[in-house]
Design a protein around this ligand. Sequence first.
Ligand code: NAD
Ligand code: HP7
Length: 315
Amino acid sequence: MKKFALIGVAGYIAPRHLKAIKDTNNYLDVALDKHDSVGILDSFFPNCAFFTEFERFDRYVDKFRNTKDKIDYISICSPNYLHDSHIRFALRSNTHAICEKPLVLNPNNVYKLMDIEKEYNKDVNTILQLRLHPTIQDLKKKVQAKLKENPSKIFDIDLTYITSRGKWYFYSWKNDLIKSGGVSTNIGIHFFDMLIDIFGEVQNSKVHIKKEDVHSGFLELKYARVRWFLSINESFLPTNIKQKGQRTYRNICIDSKQLEFSDGFTDLHTKSYEMILDNQGFSLEDSLSSICVASDIRNCSLSRIEGDYHPLCMR
Ligand code: NAD
Ligand code: HP7
């Protein structure tokens, strides 16, 4: 049984980590959050120690650092811009880190963490659950088979990713570029990572729209030309999806064939933990390409909407 600590336990995603720790038969020994609305702990680990002050949490973790009762993993569910600092804390505390996506906001943070990971000889793992989604895994196999038949094939892709969010989103850290990286880093990172994993490294990237609620652009990958559209504005949901009362729509259209993957996300955190505990987690290196593209998108200027652009750009 492995011993866990968790940073950011009062937030939205923390329950999926609590469930994953429990489902993999491990236990949460201590948790930290600035806010004390953490009654959720009782549903999973009622005996877990809880701190709202980092210094006291540090003292607790350090007390066991070089003993047989040391913490094995620190799970990090804090806002994106704090991840690198919380990962360093985990490594210095002689524990492995399991950090939510995006692991960090910029490639230079990844390189720094690679150095410190070696120094402390502990692992940094991240959650990239789209790679574990059954529909996406199936797609990867089909693409690999097609590329085996025809290695010069280039796939034509329209990626539409709509995850509706209410007004609150715009007033939270998630809409603060410095804290979240903006919508294509905070949410788009999933599909950039998945597309690169399946269709190869980025050759060229253009951005057509960068608004608070919509980002859209064009990515040329080694084996695909991708017109992508990402929005948190429900008005972009297709009518049939709205009629079903669904608020998310994740669709990839490859060579005119539609593949919806809106469902099937419930247990992917547990699956991620199973892989991490089996030393098969996604590493700093695995996360680098999508962090590079998200960072480039954040910093580049807009291209004219002409040539290859997603059809929803013109709506
Ligand atoms: P959230 O705002 O709901 O939760 C963040 C929590 O961290 C809050 O409870 C906050 O009080 C706490 N916190 C902030 N600063 C802290 C600090 N210095 N020390 C300790 N706690 C601190 O956000 P969320 O939606 O839970 O997102 C958390 C992380 O999970 C983000 O990195 C986000 O990108 C990621 N996330 C991933 C997925 C996914 O699908 N894999 C889904 C949602 C969020
Ligand atoms: N929801 C909330 O109530 N609060 C939140 O903070 C987030 C969602 P999905 P997930 O917005 O920060 C996605 O769209 O898949 C509600 C990203 N993950 O399925 O859980 C929401 O209104 C994630 O990286 O959200 O998370 C829905 O009713 C990103 O950090 C419901 O929860 C997160 O949005 C489910 O909403 C975010 C993926 O896209 C895989």
